[in-house]
Design a protein around this ligand. Structure first.
Ligand SMILES: Nc1ncnc2c1ncn2[C@@H]1O[C@H](COP(=O)(O)OP(=O)(O)O)[C@@H](O)[C@H]1O
Ligand SMILES: [Mg+2]
Length: 266
């Protein structure tokens, strides 16, 4: 599924400009990472795809179809989202949380009664196994699982309708680095298997370099870099991670060390 942003601007009522003329085409099947410091506009851009935000100017097209209130109900069955804070129902079971990902395609009474079709239950079990969760996690409440396990549930939920595109908003920002890597691996593997397009915001450069087919860096609502990970230079990083108020650029010596990464992460 192709995602196309055409002249997107977004201003908030208080005058903040979150997006400032974004033109971007993400071809079907690409794993595209949005990189940028906190407040650069990553979440706003992602949320314009599934109608959680509406651009002030410009439009988003999905496979050529305009995203608007008429097209959104159908699009939401084809586009899933993964959130930084997982957005699970804490007291519901793992399985119920995964099956909730199918609600855009189910009649309303299913949601009210929680009576899901057996085929959906089987799919939820398969997906939970695919993301490394065990049988016992099916019944356990989401709140009783670790952060890494909760995000695995978030991934299984996202993939339950075999989405053609995944919007992942800092999917591993709440996890420690090694768990983050595992979750990114699963996200990429599941997306590849289905040929799904991924638009994934990250603020970790090493993860972006490791997982992206393409990196698009945002700074104050504008695209300041667009290319393959190997084309990203320290000069670009200095701009990407320069403080939003335009003062100090980060110290880029020893960029690969965890301490350095913490310094330049928001
Ligand atoms: N609902 C909102 N109301 C007002 N300002 C917002 C809202 N959401 C985001 N912003 C502002 O828009 C800008 C971009 O935010 P965001 O897209 O969340 O950036 P990122 O995800 O890159 O951290 C920031 O200045 C942020 O404070
Ligand atoms: Mg964000």
């Amino acid at each position: 599924m192709e995602l196309r942003f055409e002249g997107i601007h977004k201003s908030w009522p208080d005058g903040t400009r979150a997006l400032n003329g974004i033109d971007l085409v993400v071809p079907a099947g690409q794993f595209c990472v949005l990189l940028g410091h906190s407040g650069a506009g990553k979440s706003t851009l992602l949320r314009c795809v599934n109608g959680l935000e509406t651009p002030s100017q410009g439009q988003v097209r999905v496979n050529g179809h305009l995203v608007d209130r008429h097209s959104l109900p159908l699009l939401r069955r084809r586009i899933a989202m993964v959130h930084q804070h997982f957005n699970l129902v804490p007291r519901a079971s793992g399985a119920a949380n995964v099956m909730a990902g199918a609600l855009p395609a189910l009649p309303f009474w299913r949601m009210i009664t929680g009576l899901y079709p057996p085929a959906l239950k089987r799919k939820a079990c398969e997906l939970m196994a695919a993301v490394g969760l065990e049988e016992s996690h099916l019944r356990r409440r989401a709140e009783q699982l670790s952060g890494g396990q909760q995000q695995r549930l978030g991934l299984a939920r996202a993939f339950i309708l075999d989405p053609a595109a995944i919007l992942a908003d800092e999917p591993v920002a709440s996890l420690d680095p090694s768990l983050g890597r595992e979750v990114m691996d699963l996200l990429r593997a599941q997306a590849r298997e289905r040929g799904a397009t991924v638009l994934c915001s990250l603020h970790q450069i090493d993860l972006a370099r490791g997982f992206a087919d393409r990196i698009v860096a945002l700074h104050r609502g504008k695209i300041i870099f667009d290319g393959p990970p190997e084309a990203l230079r320290e000069r670009d990083l200095a701009i990407i991670y320069a403080k939003a108020n335009g003062t100090s650029a980060p110290d880029l010596t020893g960029l690969g060390t965890p301490a350095a990464r913490r310094r330049i992460a928001p």
